[in-house]
Design a protein around this ligand. Structure first.
Ligand SMILES: Nc1nc2c(ncn2[C@@H]2O[C@H](COP(=O)(O)OP(=O)(O)OP(=O)(O)O)[C@@H](O)[C@H]2O)c(=O)[nH]1
Ligand SMILES: [Mg+2]
Length: 452
């Protein structure tokens, strides 16, 4: 009878079904610097690890989720989950550190089977794979569609306009004065590269600008020889310039080409190829607070990131979005900084900012959904005010975040919200679900479409 109860063919079939039953979902978390990627990924692992107690428990198929394992062993450059938790759960609590290099997240989920399938296969598995990286690198993707002469022209245009013109100051004149065909001076190139890096830093910190290229000047990451990061835009060069070996042009052009074809392309292939789902995280509130120039730059930056899906060898639509990426989640992040009733308006402003790009993506057959998100909720509502703690201070403040327009005006002139430098809530622990806004909805969306 034992043979009938557990025949060999059934065992074999079970094994096959088990291996067939592991599905993979590669999630592209796309966001500029400080968009909230690392905090989001930390919150995602936390919500999954605590699925039995959080809002996820009430959501299908997570009501059948049996086990969750965040994988560290065997993962190359694993995501620093523990370090991020230590910061968030610390006394006093602080946010995870800004990301300096690429890291990988692998999370295995095991679901209980029900009904007829149960006899063949007791569980089904889903492996979620995500990359984390410094947001600065994303802004290099548009370089894939440019050659060095084009880039020089583009930088000249950008530096002609405020606020970059003032931020660059004398550096702009010096770069414009260089004859691209003259022999290159190594010492001057080193000094100029340093000055360009400082200019990018100031553009980011003083003016809240997003498009700071080359991104690796701000955060090189591992695996790039410093020598290859020595080039600057020659503002008097253009797409027709050609220089002899040893000239400013030929030295800068060769390094630019290496940067584009190995550094940027390598990251592009790793991040964007074989994605199933894409989550675009955008901090909309900080640029609304910083003003029109920051919003204009954010718009251009996000449009170029969405467009750079087209810069691969083949077109975006044939190579990446279809048939694999079938869904794009567009998320305004950190919306806990405003009142719950204002959160949809923040999301609406983001979607207004990206109207053209999003309609193009939708036109390509991709389902787009918006989620106003807070991975870690740092505020609580009391009456019509918010209560939160400030970084570097003890105690609590009560504040009203100011108005958010229902729609973003076309000229991008907004009287932005009042933003404070909030610290994470006290008492976070790895084994309790973090307070959040809509993480459960987003996680549900992420696994939807898989047979679990
Ligand atoms: N209130 C609130 N603030 C958040 C939240 N997520 C992130 N922040 C804030 O945004 C900052 C940046 O978040 P990160 O998660 O480091 O952003 P990132 O996209 O990983 O940034 P880079 O690593 O620099 O590219 C944090 O230091 C916090 O100040 C959130 O859910 N709520
Ligand atoms: Mg990060």
């Amino acid at each position: 009878m034992a043979g009938i109860k557990n025949p060999q063919w059934l065992a074999q079939l079970r094994q096959q079904a088990t291996s067939l039953g592991t599905q993979h979902v590669r999630v592209g978390v796309t966001g500029l610097s400080r968009a909230g990627k690392t905090t989001f990924i930390t919150g995602l692992i936390n919500q999954l690890e605590n699925h039995q107690r959080g809002l996820l428990a009430r959501r299908r198929p997570f009501d059948r989720l049996e086990a969750v394992r965040w994988q560290r062993d065997g993962v190359e450059q694993p995501f620093a989950y523990i370090e991020a938790l230590q910061a968030l759960a610390g006394e006093p609590a602080s946010w995870p550190a800004s990301t300096r290099d690429l890291s990988r997240v692998v999370i295995d989920l095991r679901f209980r089977q029900t009904g007829l399938l149960k006899r063949l296969q007791q569980t089904r598995a889903l492996r979620i794979e995500i990359l984390d990286y410094p947001g600065e690198w994303l802004l290099d993707l548009p370089l894939l569609g440019l050659d060095y002469g084009h880039w020089c022209e583009q930088m000249r245009d950008w530096l002609d306009a405020e606020p970059r013109r003032s931020l660059a100051g004398a550096l702009r004149d010096e770069l414009a004065a260089i004859d691209p065909l003259a022999p290159q001076d190594v010492g001057q190139l080193q000094r100029l590269t340093g000055a360009w890096t400082e200019f990018l830093q100031r553009s980011r910190s003083e003016a809240g600008l997003s498009r700071n290229q080359p991104g690796r000047f701000l955060l090189p990451g591992s695996g790039i020889a410093a020598d290859m990061l020595l080039f600057v835009p020659l503002l008097s060069a253009n797409r027709h310039t050609r220089g002899e070996a040893g000239s400013w042009w030929s030295e800068c052009e060769a390094r630019f080409r290496y940067y584009r074809d190995y550094v940027v392309k390598g990251f592009y292939d790793e991040h964007f190829s074989r994605l199933d789902r894409q989550i675009l995280l955008v901090d909309m509130l900080a640029p609304m607070d910083a003003g029109q120039a920051a919003l204009t730059d954010l718009k251009a930056a996000l449009e170029s990131v969405l467009q750079s899906f087209r810069h691969g060898r083949n077109s975006l639509l044939s190579r990446f979005w279809q048939p694999r990426i079938s869904r794009l989640a567009v998320c305004a992040t950190k919306v806990d900084q405003v009142a719950p009733a204002q959160q949809r308006a923040v999301q609406q402003c983001l979607e207004d900012l990206l109207t053209d790009s999003l309609s193009e993506v939708r036109h390509g057959g991709v389902q787009v959904r918006g989620f106003p998100l807070a991975a870690v909720r740092a505020t609580r509502q009391e009456g019509d005010a918010l209560v939160a703690g400030l970084q570097g201070q003890s105690g609590w403040v009560r504040y009203q975040p100011g108005g958010i327009p229902e729609h973003l005006p076309l000229d991008l002139q907004v009287a932005g919200p009042e933003l404070l430098d909030l610290r994470p809530p006290a008492g976070l622990h790895r084994n309790e679900p973090f307070p959040h806004y809509r993480m459960d909805e987003l996680i549900g969306w992420m696994v939807e479409g898989h047979t679990l």
